[in-house]
Design a protein around this ligand. Structure first.
Ligand code: NAD
Length: 289
């Protein structure tokens, strides 16, 4: 009988964008070794810099254990290392067909019982479970950006997620010093279902000329206690990812408040995607991204 690996032995992270970089930073800072996979070599190069900066910042802010030797990072353009994974976190572009294809490949390659995680913002886990060999091994985590600074993680239990996977994610998140809140599967779960239409409405208010970007964020912060303001949050998320997620929500719920407004669509067309591209609703110096 083969024993199930502890999820922290070697974490494979698929996708070296905003979230893959952030999740890798968090894991490495807690002593977990990471293999980071992306098909785009430029993204891998950016991620290596981002991880080094992120580790420095999180250490300076006291958000990582001071007495832990960082894990080792391996970056690669191919998923050939997936077979040896003790857990896999998928954090590629918010595209249901892409995620299903990748998760199918991964689940065919890993040992049975290996924890499979999707960090999707909105795609139901049970929909992705149709693609994998063992749906019981699959669940969702919704790490927020930046993962090393935000302590709470939304965990999504799909209809077919097994108890062993739930225990394994507890083990993993415990080792990463994260608190978890478990929710049922549904488009957008809790956080995206509430936050993403709200950001869309904030952008629509600007589009209609009711108030400036700065005024919307100042009111949401000053009067309603939102930590950064919805439009600064949009920049942090990435406006392309926000639009993808809104479209997933619109298609699966029919809720018209999720139809991305023209201002968001214009920004995606113009490539002003937020922090990661240097400009979105605000502009960012290179060293602030
Ligand atoms: P991103 O656009 O910054 O990065 C996506 C990465 O996936 C890119 O580097 C791309 O090259 C890579 N990729 C695409 N196809 C691939 C493949 N076949 N194999 C390997 N890599 C591939 O996106 P992101 O913001 O990091 O979001 C990733 C996931 O996390 C999405 O599902 C998103 O909805 C979710 N999420 C995002 C945030 C956020 O604040 N940005 C928060 C929570 C969850």
């Amino acid at each position: 009988m083969t024993s199930t690996p502890r999820p922290t032995e070697r974490l494979v992270v698929l996708g070296a964008g905003v979230m893959g970089t952030g999740i890798s930073t968090l894991a490495l800072g807690h002593g977990v070794s990471v293999t980071l996979v992306d098909t785009d070599p430029d993204q891998l190069a950016r991620a290596e810099h981002g991880i080094a900066d992120g580790l420095r910042l999180a250490q300076l802010m006291g958000r990582l254990p001071a007495d832990t030797e960082p894990g080792t990072l391996l970056t690669t353009g191919s998923a050939q290392h997936v077979a040896g994974a003790s857990a896999v976190i998928e954090a590629v572009t918010e595209d249901a067909a892409l995620k299903a294809r990748l998760l199918a490949e991964v689940s065919a390659a890993v040992r049975p019982g290996t924890l499979l995680i999707s960090n999707t913002s909105s795609i139901p886990i049970d929909e992705l479970a149709d693609a994998v060999a063992r749906p019981a091994d699959l669940l969702g985590t919704h790490f927020m950006n930046p993962p090393s600074l935000i302590r709470t993680v939304e965990v999504v239990r799909g209809a077919r997620t097994g108890d062993a996977a739930m225990a394994a994610v507890d083990d993993l998140l415990g080792a990463l010093g994260r608190e978890r809140v478990v929710v049922r599967d549904s488009p957008g779960f809790v956080t995206s279902r509430i936050l993403h239409p709200m950001i869309n409405t904030a952008a629509r208010v600007v589009q209609q000329g009711t108030a400036s970007v700065e005024a919307v964020d100042a009111l949401m912060q000053g009067c309603l206690g939102h930590p950064t303001g919805p439009l600064r949050t949009a920049d942090l998320i990435g406006i392309d990812n926000l639009v993808d997620s809104l479209l997933v929500l619109l298609e699966r719920t029919g809720d018209e408040s999720c139809r991305p407004c023209d201002l968001l669509l214009d920004k995606v067309r113009a490539g002003t995607l937020g922090r990661k591209s240097g400009a979105g609703f605000y502009t960012y110096e290179e060293d602030m991204r």
